[in-house]
Design a protein around this ligand. Structure first.
Ligand code: ADP
Length: 400
């Protein structure tokens, strides 16, 4: 079976064609700067193998539909084609927000569109593009099942006392304001991988999963199901991120409005794009921050400290949520690559049975690995996430 996985963003499309017989990646591609004067398409067939072929096209790409069609042409036609169009059995789409209605993956049917369109207000930056990609693919692949995999689905087992905000109840009933979380596909994937690696059923495991990339979130996973997560109504809440503030006192809005004369849109923009690591030290890439710390940059050090302290605080709160913690999993760009952030996050948690082995932590690898000491009560793992494969597996499971 071959699955095309599409992640359609506001001005980009990421895609992978996966051969599910051995879960190998046949093609990866990225369409960028859709709608701008000049767009680009970069694609690799059989990436990472000795058969790898890279193709780069620069030309205006007016719409997502055009970008997707160009991508399909590369996959299925021309000298580097890897399969015919009718060999693609299912298309899986990443969708950021599913709301309360879409708590499991679905095969799109025509009658779903009113409910799907409703979800757009929960993630106005992401869902319209995600769903637009699904519409484009439906036209390009008539008769091929289009599966939507929602980032929020894994979090739908969070109980009401954890997903409710203490706001007037009608805002939940009428405006659907509650915690939905994000990165769920990744949290679920690494939780399952951790259970597999530890040789235990995930239903018997309590885990804290930390997805730390440019966006960052954490989940408390109890008996294999999500019990709490750090992102909220939107992906702004929780941990300190590249440019997003994470948790702040909600009164900050009024304070900034009064003191600086900013309107809501400006404040929202600051919290999303000018805060987090960037707000604290002017840099949002952790590699630049480490380089600056080495040179004695105090603000960079502060940004690192604020970030790791916040994450540690969440670990403490999730220990309280879970009671017993079997493992902590680090994943995504920072989680997978940054031994300093991992070490500083866990520092001080030794009395709670969480001990990092500095040597294992320092090893750079693309493989999953345990980085805790042999006598650490809680296993600590680095597990590379693979959202595309997770989407492909969900899509295949659904159509089977
Ligand atoms: P996104 O949320 O955009 O999917 P990623 O998971 O790709 O983000 O993570 C990107 C971030 O990971 C970068 O901004 C950078 O801070 C961090 N990162 C990537 N590689 C390294 C590395 N080798 N060391 C430290 N941080 C890294």
């Amino acid at each position: 079976m071959k699955v095309l996985v599409i992640n359609s963003g506001s001005s980009s499309i990421k895609y992978q064609l996966i051969d599910m017989s051995d879960e190998s990646v046949m093609v990866t591609g990225l369409v960028e700067r859709i709608g701008e004067d000049m767009g680009s398409l970069t694609s690799k067939t059989f990436p990472g193998t000795d058969r790898e072929v890279k193709t780069e096209i620069e030309k205006p790409i007016p719409t997502h539909g055009v970008g997707l069609e160009m991508s399909i042409d590369l996959i299925c036609k021309g000298e580097n084609a890897v399969c015919a169009m009718d060999e693609i059995d299912v298309v899986g789409h990443r969708v950021v927000a599913g709301g309360e209605k879409f708590n499991v993956p679905v095969v799109i049917t025509e009658d779903m569109w009113p409910d799907l369109t409703e979800t757009e207000r929960l993630a106005p930056l992401h869902n319209p593009a995600n769903l637009g990609g699904a519409k484009d693919a439906t036209k390009l692949f008539p008769g091929v099942p289009q599966v939507l995999v929602f980032d929020t689905a894994f979090h739908q087992t969070i109980p009401p006392h954890a997903f409710m905000y203490a706001l007037p109840y009608e805002y939940y009933e009428e405006d659907h304001i509650r915690r939905y979380g994000a990165h769920g596909t990744s949290h679920k994937y690494v939780a399952n991988e951790c259970a597999r690696l530890m040789g235990k059923p995930v239903e018997e495991m309590n885990l804290i999963t930390i997805h730390m990339g440019n966006g960052a979130s954490m989940s408390a996973v109890k008996n294999g199901l999500c019990a709490d997560t750090s992102m909220g109504l939107t992906p702004l809440e929780g941990l300190v991120m590249g440019t997003r503030s994470g948790d702040v006192d909600p009164a900050v809005h009024n304070y900034l409005a009064v003191n600086r004369g900013l309107d809501i849109a400006a404040i929202d923009n600051i919290l999303h794009k000018e805060s987090g690591l960037k707000g604290l030290c002017g840099m949002n890439d952790m590699r630049d921050i480490h380089a600056a710390v080495e040179k004695g940059d105090e603000r960079a050090k502060l940004a690192l400290n604020v970030q790791t302290y916040r994450t540690r605080k969440y670990i403490g709160s999730y220990m309280a949520v879970l009671g017993r913690v079997d493992a902590i999993v680090f994943t995504a760009g920072i989680g997978e690559n940054d031994d300093i952030v991992r070490a500083e996050t866990i520092e001080g948690l030794e009395p709670f049975g969480m001990k990092i082995d500095p040597e294992a932590n320092g090893i750079r690898s693309k493989e999953a690995r345990r980085i805790s000491t042999a006598d650490s009560d809680v296993a600590i793992w680095v597990i590379p996430t693979n959202e595309e494969l997770a989407i492909a597996r969900e899509a295949v499971a659904l159509i089977k």
